[in-house]
Design a protein around this ligand. Structure first.
Ligand SMILES: *Cc1c(COP(=O)(O)O)cnc(C)c1O
Length: 452
């Protein structure tokens, strides 16, 4: 299988190459040249364990990997999840389910993609006999998940920049208390935007980038999207036959990567009724899907920080299909948006998407209500999913983080103090962070000294 760019100016690449490159050279995002049709294979998938299902699914895309290699990659990627089901489905009501995606090493759904991506990077280093320095900036969950995907892997070092003093203490500990020698938590003196700007400059230095074999960790990698398709399929297979075609997946959304994966699966022949895009007060996607206007607004920090975004980077993949797979139109629309901060669609086809949004006040009220009504404790991101449930359908709310990661918000709403053994263990470990200036020269010097 080959992968093409949404902007149409990159030659198609195989799976491993597209994963290694990340962003296509023309600035676009990779998509499968053609989507496979799984409708005839669903019966065969019944009863498969998570890693097996993942192997079956990804095998259709990663055609340049040996089946045995792929199988081994899957087994290793999901063995660090603490729940035997990997992605357990909890039933709260007759037609209300929660798909728990927070049983991985960092207690948020990003582990599903980044455990796999870490193993793919390791595999590539081995095949090519090269080392790799992975670099990223984070305002929270992605950095921790990326670090835990690469922890202790031979031939790979990972450097994650984050704004010093501006991320949750537990999130910092997940990055800075691993004890692994190939992990560097870089606390930047500045904001997240400063960190990101410095990072861009480092990547802009082509000679440095090649000399140190730098690779970016970000939310647009093809492998992340494909890995995330699998839990939708797994959940679908776990529901009774009578409910399956009436499922609405409700997805707490920021960069649009998670919900996009579900939507792609539907395009591959899995009969899902619809998707709800659940945003917090940063509602650019809610506004787009309800009015057809894509308009930039400033980010307002919320109780659900991993959804505090300005531009949803994965939206470009949906856009590609929405404009009839016309890369020229994709480029035109994105150019207008980049230049003016707004794009108004003449006719916006929301397809099977609807959207909801939730303020911080709403998040607290929902955490309390869901606890009182169902005895279920949800985290602030997941809470956004409960804002507006349809009554004529089977709602499956994706629980994207463990409540234990947000003890203050949960305590304020319910009086409970959720915790998790892995987070408790972190509290007694030494913090190994490197405070660094938010400029490219300092970051380059650090990588040159500590990289592989
Ligand atoms: C990243 C994240 C989200 C948003 O997911 P997207 O793929 O960016 O839409 C939601 N909840 C949590 C806990 C996250 O870490």
């Amino acid at each position: 299988m080959q992968f093409i760019s949404t902007r149409g100016q990159t030659d198609p690449l195989g799976f491993s190459e597209a994963v290694a490159v990340g962003l296509a050279p023309d600035g676009g995002l990779f998509l499968p040249e053609r989507l496979p049709d799984f409708s005839g294979e669903l019966a065969r998938f019944e009863g498969l364990a998570y890693a097996e299902l993942c192997g079956e699914f990804l095998g259709r895309f990663a055609t340049d990997l040996e089946p045995a290699v792929l199988k081994d990659l899957m087994a290793r990627s999901y063995r660090n999840f603490s729940h035997p089901a990997v992605a357990p489905l909890e039933q709260l009501g007759e037609d209300l389910f929660v798909l728990e995606l927070f049983h991985g090493p960092t207690l948020a759904f990003k582990d599903f993609a980044l455990q796999l991506l870490g193993n793919l990077y390791e595999q590539q280093c081995r095949v090519r006999g090269q080392t790799l320095n992975v670099l990223g900036a984070t305002s929270g969950d992605t950095g921790a998940a990326a670090i835990h995907g690469l922890l202790g892997k031979p031939g790979v070092a990972i450097f994650i920049l984050y704004p010093d003093g501006r991320i949750a203490p537990l999130q910092e500990r997940q990055m800075a208390c691993t004890g692994a020698e190939n992990v560097f938590a870089l606390a930047v003196d500045g904001t997240f935007d400063d960190a990101q700007a410095a990072l861009k400059e480092v990547f802009g230095d082509q000679a440095f980038r090649q000399r140190h074999r730098l690779s970016a960790v970000n939310s647009i990698n093809l492998a992340r999207v494909l890995a995330q398709c699998v839990y939708y399929l797994y959940a679908w297979l776990r529901l009774p036959q009578s409910k399956r075609s009436n499922i609405e997946f409700v997805v707490p959304t920021g960069n649009f990567g998670n919900v996009l994966a579900g939507w792609l699966l539907r395009k591959m022949g899995v009969p899902i009724r619809s998707f709800k895009i659940a945003t917090n007060q940063n509602d650019i996607l809610y506004r787009l899907f309800t009015t057809g206007e894509y308009r930039l607004a400033p980010v307002a920090p919320s109780l659900a920080p991993s959804m505090d975004i300005q531009v949803a980077s994965n939206f470009e993949r949906f856009l590609y299909y929405a404009v009839g797979r016309d890369p020229t139109r994709v480029r035109d629309i994105l150019r207008t948006f980049r230049e003016t901060g707004i794009y108004r669609f003449e006719q916006f086809d929301a397809d099977c998407f609807s959207a909801s949004r939730c303020t911080d006040q709403g998040i607290s009220a929902i955490i309390k209500r869901v606890y009182q009504k169902y005895g279920y404790v949800c985290d602030p991101h997941t809470a956004c999913g409960f804002a507006d449930l349809g009554s004529d359908r089977v709602s499956v709310v994706l629980a994207t983080a463990s409540p234990a990661k947000f003890p203050e918000a949960i305590h304020a709403a319910t009086g409970l103090e959720p915790t998790h053994p892995s987070l408790e263990a972190l509290k007694s470990k030494p913090v190994a962070k490197h405070v660094i200036r938010a400029d490219a020269a300092s970051i380059k010097a650090f990588i040159a000294e500590h990289g592989v």
